[in-house]
Design a protein around this ligand. Structure first.
Ligand code: PGA
Length: 258
């Protein structure tokens, strides 16, 4: 089964809440053994989450980092510090960082380079705003995010890469894209561009859909062509809803595999 489900906890959960979630979620390991599950807690919970996840098949991710290894960068976190906590995945270019914190394509490019240099697997987020969509600029905005983000990176240096297509208007709104809309952007734009970019590299780039994914719509997305899983915000915060969502995704894939 080829399924990746990543939980983006954003700025939610204390250490205690993280531990409570992990204790329960660890009990479901066997059921989810065939999926790649990545949990991205806030920085302050990484250590607790890392300890509880070690020895499980779940992976630990972080939500942001700076590109430097160390230095006078008050309030920032480096790739080395994340590796030190057992982190394997890093969400980069999330729309909340682009649009609330003013992160640019140029900064995201530096972060992507640092991720590859440090063997962290990027979950590189791209997506159009409602305005872009209405103006018919979806593909051009996404192509720019991809091209600027990956500028100067040698595909031979990419061992693993996850791209998350997250339409900004679908994040946290309860208004997910339709499967057809997601496939149109993923197959028609993202995968085409990535095929050109990766050239003859053997690395298979995974593509996730994100934006109001829930237990009752995940099956649609994961059984669609070109979609390898989901990046999940709100529905990943409770063990029950997150487990229900992974279960629904696995069931949809099993039904499809026959
Ligand atoms: P959502 O968030 O699932 O709450 O819409 C997704 C995301 O921001 O990655």
């Amino acid at each position: 089964m080829n399924l990746t489900i990543a939980a983006n906890w954003k700025m939610y959960k204390t250490t205690q809440e993280t531990q409570d979630f992990m204790e329960e979620f660890k009990l479901l390991q066997e059921e989810f053994a065939s999926s790649q599950v990545v949990i991205c807690p806030p920085f302050t919970s990484l250590s607790a989450a890392g300890e509880l996840l070690s020895g499980t098949q779940y992976s630990l991710g972080a939500q942001n980092m700076l590109w430097e290894s160390e230095g006078a960068f008050t309030g920032e976190i480096s790739p080395l510090m994340l590796k030190d906590q057992g982190v394997n995945y890093i969400i980069l270019g999330h729309s909340e960082r682009r649009w609330i914190m003013g992160e640019t394509n140029e900064q995201i490019n530096k972060k992507l380079k640092a991720a590859f240099q440090n063997n962290l697997v990027p979950i590189f987020c791209v997506g159009e705003t409602e305005e872009n969509r209405k103006a018919g600029e979806t593909d051009s905005v996404i192509l720019e995010q991809l091209r600027e983000g990956l500028k100067g990176i040698n595909p031979a240096d990419i061992n693993d890469l996850v791209i998350a297509y997250e339409p900004v208007w679908a994040i946290g709104t309860g208004l997910a894209a339709t499967k057809e809309d997601a496939v149109k952007v993923i197959e028609g734009c993202i995968l085409k561009e990535m095929k050109d970019f990766m050239g003859d590299s053997d690395t298979r780039v995974r593509v996730l859909y994100g934006g109001s994914v829930k237990e009752d719509n995940i099956g649609d997305f994961v059984s669609a062509p070109g979609i390898d899983g989901a990046l999940v915000g709100g529905a990943s915060l409770k063990t029950d809803s997150f487990a229900g969502l992974i279960r629904a995704a696995q069931n949809a894939l099993r039904a499809q595999e026959g």
